[in-house]
Design a protein around this ligand. Structure first.
Ligand SMILES: O=c1ccn([C@@H]2O[C@H](COP(=O)(O)OP(=O)(O)O[C@H]3O[C@H](CO)[C@@H](O)[C@H](O)[C@H]3O)[C@@H](O)[C@H]2O)c(=O)[nH]1
Ligand SMILES: [Mn+2]
Length: 669
């Protein structure tokens, strides 16, 4: 039987492999140099030990990171074969969207995501969209209620003109007129309706309350009585559209997807486990309402950009030869709002195009929390066995046994605070608890149970999201995701200098080449290097400290939701590619590191000039300080030149100068 997908090796890897192997050889030589050049006690032994540790660590890092990049693969799907074999006899799909806070995640943005997912090119009766609202907010519920009405215009419009993308926000932002001139009149009507709806949602969110006359329109509003707060409320489950209801049709008389609002119970005395907790509540709520064998989950800012993505994913799951081994199909995270030249290093081209595919070549990519199709059974903890048969017609029943009201009540009982007590939820079942990167750990656990995963990256990206637009947001995100002395180097004329120079140059030149090859700019690569430095000294440091204090039981895990909007000045600077600083400890670290490098460079140059030591091992040290100084130019600008609202606050500059003087005054070894 013809396969539903093809796997191809990514070509052109010989250059890469040459680079990886020779750099590795270089690292070995560097270590040889260390081993044969041990300074006498007192004469820099401590610094020598520090360098040795750093080089050993780098060697280890090199072997680990290169092994997953060794043989990346690319997948291609054959949707025509899927159509020929199955027609519209396709499985039901449940789609989960998570939102947490109407202030940092504006409901109108979330609704554009919801609409894009409802509009998939897929039998609507088989689609079920669930919105989890961890903010438990009537504003979000109101926005979803508006959306259920607008969907009746939007869905037939999308299908008639076969438009892409199907997020109305992204679609109308793309151009001022429709690509298909036949649709002009309808295009204007739908656009008008969309803008009016967005305006109503935004102004309701601004006023922070829903007027009485609107509340009268749907029974769901009555859930919000006076006492409700986002941290203290009963479970709420409201089916806003029922795909199984024959009378529920769009403006053309076609069936509609099911649309459900979910706010799991929250009480201050119970831990809610953030997004992982929301996902597990959704798994159970959906099992009572639609129980589809396939689950797609996206973050609220990740809209569907390719209406065929479900059919694409099914080409993997339904493939006769491999499908039964595949637990999940992960799509890369693409962002629409990447600043010029990737200022904050948030463009993941290389990650998406090399690393996810590299993982795919060795058993499957990680689960990265969004843009991922799972099989329900496997997400719920099933181990791999060769004889497992998926029940593809799950959730297909024409009629429910319970009424909608009874179904909602049952679903509510599955999302109470105590439901999971003394169960395996969050451990063996569902998404794992206790890690800020719940997604990665959950994916690894699935691999440990014997399953494989695949990475799919169709030519038209399946999902598009909003990346962080300020430095603070980026540091925060990466924090969550992670939880000089006497001549140290060989002299310029010594042959020992070769491996040092080779490792440094080959690694960086190759990484720049790779970035260019995958569509970044040189500036973008350069900015990415700066962000690596910033992240290593802030996010990962904080993450490590957090993890250690948590292990010692001194603090608890948190999940700070990243903001999806920024103020006008901030956005302007973001668009112009000007970095945004502020007054908190991470900026002190950034400024101190930058100043220290500058001080070392100046010190080193002075020493060379005054004592003519240019031929000594100092040369490499100066280069090593010089590079970070060049990379840090935007930081010096923010400290000493810029005067705008995003420049480095004077207090931060002052404190970091203090730190630098303190460091330099301590005699090292
Ligand atoms: O208590 C919470 C906290 C967050 N979220 C949702 O989780 C998603 C991700 O949160 P966000 O603040 O956007 O974090 P990011 O760093 O952008 O998320 C990335 O990293 C997370 C792990 O740290 C993954 O879960 C995400 O899928 C991945 O996109 C959003 O839709 C939130 O609404 C909840 O539902 N409940
Ligand atoms: Mn996000």
């Amino acid at each position: 039987m013809e396969r539903l997908f093809a796997t191809e090796k990514l070509g052109g890897r010989s250059l890469y492999r040459f680079q990886a192997v020779t750099v590795f050889a270089g690292i070995c030589l560097v270590l040889c140099y260390r081993a044969t050049h041990v300074p006498k006690a007192g004469a820099g032994r401590a610094a020598w030990l520090g360098m040795l540790a750093a080089e050993l660590w780098f060697g280890f890092y090199w072997v680990i990171t290169q092994s997953v990049r060794w043989c990346p693969i690319r997948r291609r799907t054959f949707k025509d074969r899927l159509a020929a074999r199955y027609g519209e006899r396709l499985p039901c799909v449940d789609i989960f969207v998570c939102t947490a806070d109407p202030q940092s995640e504006p409901p109108s943005l979330v609704m554009a995501t919801v609409l894009s997912l409802m509009a998939y090119n897929y039998p609507p009766g088989k689609l079920n969209v669930y919105l989890s609202d961890d903010g438990g907010s009537i504003l979000t519920f109101y926005a979803l209620w508006e959306t259920s009405a607008f969907a009746k215009h939007w869905l037939p419009f999308c299908k008639r003109y076969n438009i892409e993308p199907r997020s109305p926000a992204a679609y109308f932002a793309e151009s001022d007129n429709p690509r298909n001139s036949r649709s002009l009149e309808e295009w204007s009507i739908v656009k008008g309706l969309y803008e009016e709806m967005t305006e109503r949602i935004d102004s309701t969110v601004r006023s922070a309350s829903v007027p009485e006359e609107i509340r009268a329109n749907h029974k769901g509003f009555s859930e919000w009585n006076a006492g409700i707060t986002s941290k203290d409320h009963q479970p709420i489950v409201q089916v806003l559209m029922d795909g199984k209801d024959r009378d529920e049709v769009d403006n053309e008389g076609d069936a509609l997807p099911t649309l459900v609002y979910v706010a799991r119970e929250k009480r201050p005395q119970y831990h809610h486990n953030f997004k992982a907790g929301a996902m597990n509540a959704l798994i159970r709520v959906s099992s009572a309402i639609s129980n589809s064998p396939i689950i797609l989950n996206v973050d609220c800012d990740m809209y569907s950009n390719n209406s065929d993505a479900i059919r694409d994913a099914l080409c993997f799951f339904l493939d006769e030869e491999m499908g039964h081994k595949i637990a999940f199909v992960q799509h890369p995270q693409n962002y629409t709002n990447i600043a010029k030249n990737n200022m904050y290093g948030n463009s993941f081209n290389v990650l998406n195009l090399v690393e996810l595919r590299g993982f795919d070549g060795v058993g499957g990519p990680l689960y990265i929390g969004t843009g991922c199709f799972h099989r329900r059974e496997i997400l719920c903890g099933r181990r791999f066995t060769n004889d497992y048969k998926e029940v593809w017609d799950r959730g297909m029943k024409e009629k429910r046994e319970l009424s909608i009201y009874q179904t909602e009540e049952k679903a509510k009982s599955l999302t109470t605070c105590t439901y999971e007590h003394n169960t395996q939820w969050g451990n063996e079942i569902g998404v794992k608890y206790g890690f800020p990167v719940e997604d990665v750990i959950t994916g690894l656990a699935i691999h440990c149970r014997g399953w494989k995963s695949v990475c799919n990256n169709p030519p038209r990206a399946a999902f598009m999201g909003v990346g962080p637009t300020t430095l603070a947001q980026t540091i925060l995100q990466h924090k969550r995701w992670s939880e000089e002395a006497p001549p140290l180097f060989p002299e310029v004329m010594s042959p020992w200098i070769m491996p040092f120079i080779y490792v440094a140059i080959a690694k960086n030149v190759y990484s720049a080449y790779e970035a260019l090859f995958y569509g970044e700019t040189l500036r973008g690569w350069w900015n990415g290097q700066r962000m690596w430095m910033v992240r290593r000294t802030t996010s990962y440091l904080y993450g490590t400290i957090d993890t250690v204090t948590k292990l010692l039981g001194l603090s608890e895990m948190g999940f700070a939701v990243s903001t999806k909007v920024s103020d006008e000045d901030e956005s302007k600077r973001y668009e112009q590619g000007v970095m945004e600083f502020g007054a908190s400890p991470e900026y002190v670290i950034i400024a101190t590191v930058a100043l220290l490098n500058l001080a070392c460079l100046v010190g080193g140059l002075c020493k060379i000039l005054t004592s003519g030591e240019a031929s000594s091992g100092f040369f490499l040290q100066v280069v090593l300080c010089g590079l970070p100084v060049i990379i840090n130019v935007p930081v010096y600008e923010a400290m000493f030149i810029r005067k705008d609202g995003g420049s480095m606050p004077f207090s931060v500059t002052l404190v970091s100068i203090g730190f630098v003087m303190l460091t330099l005054s301590v005699p090292l070894f």
